[in-house]
Design a protein around this ligand. Structure first.
Ligand code: PLZ
Length: 450
């Protein structure tokens, strides 16, 4: 193996472009990729990474890029965070797999203990571990159905819950997630999301009406007594970083409680310190029955979980939940390192600080560039939505142009939204403030270039 610079927080924290983006080494790898990797798996920015850490990514041409994506909200503790590396290295040298269902190991139990402590609510909890977010969501639905003896599941407009068959059915957006992949799982019902910018009548009407609309649709079209679960992302992710008005989630949780419906918070993107709390529902003191987690939980290793009320979780018969790799020991070691980092470095506070730096600058940008119709988000889960000035007509072309400008300048940004017109910012929570400001400078130049 050729010696590559080590990643992690020791990586030089400075943007530095030495070739065009992508450079020749990345372009050559892209040619190999196109000849070997299925086209259905897409690429946002075709630079091949060789090391990463703190707030930067180093590519195969020696370019250092600023990271406002964290691999889609995963590397919250930074890539190759010290505690993650140490625990993974120790675990990988000890043993890599036994299957927790065959012969268990302590790391799995410790992760579940942490989940019980960190997730909202003081009630008794149990957790089960899986490999991906989609798998956690599928299992949360299985548990809710088993527990209630009911079948219907209610999901929201703009929701994203995964790419497996059941989670595709829960996901709202057709292209690219669902097109051509049906038939989808049944007994999934969709209701409007409390989306202030796009609520007919505007944000104030949204606050006043959204909950009533949802309750009434469930009552008239599904029947409360048939609903096993309501699943919602407390701040929607792929759908556009949509933040419901205060009171919506709390009202929804109360409605579920009244009718014996399992309330599932999908915190896969919003959880683990991203929004300035350990979990986004804490902002309003909402306590879900079940919480799904993944992404940020394990510093980049594949791990996901369902955590919930002991009586709901334990109602499932022994052997009813599982999977060969769920809660793999190396992934559990990474999670324990990531959680330790979040606690010892107070990453919820770091996330809040990132929001305090970003939001005012983005709001100023919105005053200068009327293409920005909305600035929203919490902590380090922040977005701007672009429309044709003075209208709500989505402007995905300008969104793509701003993203492309940023990419050329060495700033990794992601887009999202049902209409492809949202730029989202998910920096690692450990990013330095200078890098953060420099990334925002690039973004300003991108809007100026439109
Ligand atoms: N629930 C809220 O954000 C994953 C998807 C990337 P997996 N979001 C990134 C893509 O295009 O595939 C996500 C999420 C929420 C569930 C999931 C699914 O998590 O780990 O990707 O299965």
């Amino acid at each position: 193996m050729t010696a590559l610079p080590a990643g992690g927080p020791g990586l030089h924290q400075r943007r530095n472009l030495v070739t065009e983006i992508p450079g020749p080494a990345s372009r050559a790898l892209m040619d190999r990729r196109n000849a070997a990797v299925a086209r259905g798996v897409s690429t946002t920015l075709p630079v091949f990474v060789t090391a990463a850490g703190g707030g930067v990514l180093l590519d195969a041409d020696g370019n250092t890029l600023i990271d406002f994506g964290s691999g889609i909200a995963v590397a919250s503790v930074g890539n190759a965070a010290q505690a993650v590396v140490e625990r993974v290295q120790a675990q990988v040298a000890q043993f890599t797999h036994t299957c927790f269902m065959v012969t268990p190991y302590q790391g799995y139990v410790e992760v579940c203990e942490e989940l019980g402590r960190r997730t909202p609510g003081t009630h008794e909890k149990r957790s089960a571990l899986f490999n991906s977010g989609a798998e956690a969501v599928e299992n949360a639905i299985k548990i809710a159905r088993h527990n209630t003896g009911r079948q219907a599941v209610v999901a929201f407009d703009h929701a994203y819950h995964g790419r497996t068959n059941l989670t595709m059915a829960l996901t709202a957006k057709n292209m690219p997630y669902k097109q051509g992949f049906g038939p989808f799982a049944g007994e999934v019902y969709r209701v409007p999301m409390a989306y202030p910018l796009r609520w007919p009548g505007g944000p104030q009407a949204c606050r006043a009406q959204a909950l009533d609309v949802v309750r009434s649709l469930i009552h008239t079209q599904v029947g409360e007594q048939n609903v096993a679960a309501v699943i919602i992302e407390p701040i929607q992710g792929e759908g556009g970083f949509i933040v419901p008005p205060d009171g919506f989630l709390a009202g929804l949780a109360e409605f579920c409680r009244q009718h014996g419906i399992v309330f599932i918070a999908d915190e896969i993107q919003s959880g683990f310190c991203r929004t300035g709390d350990w979990f986004a529902v804490e902002h309003e003191g909402v306590v879900p029955d079940l919480v799904t987690t993944a992404k940020g939980i394990a510093g980049g290793l594949p791990l996901a979980a369902v955590t919930g009320r002991a009586e709901i979780m334990d109602a499932v018969h022994a052997g009813g939940l599982g999977g060969t790799y769920g809660g793999n020991p190396v992934a559990c070691a990474a999670a324990l390192g990531a959680i330790e980092t979040m606690a010892s470095q107070d990453l919820p506070a770091r996330a809040r600080r990132i929001g305090e730096i970003m939001l005012p600058r983005l709001r100023k940008l919105a005053e200068t560039y009327p293409v920005i119709a909305d600035v929203r988000g919490r902590g380090a889960m922040i977005a701007v939505e672009l429309t044709r000035p003075g209208t709500l007509d989505p402007d995905p072309a300008s969104t793509a142009a701003v993203a492309a400008f940023c990419h050329q300048a060495g700033l990794v940004v992601l887009t999202c939204g049902t209409f492809g017109n949202v730029l989202r910012f998910l920096p690692p929570l450990v990013i330095g403030e200078e890098l953060l400001e420099e990334g925002l400078d690039i973004l300003e130049n991108a809007f100026a270039s439109l």
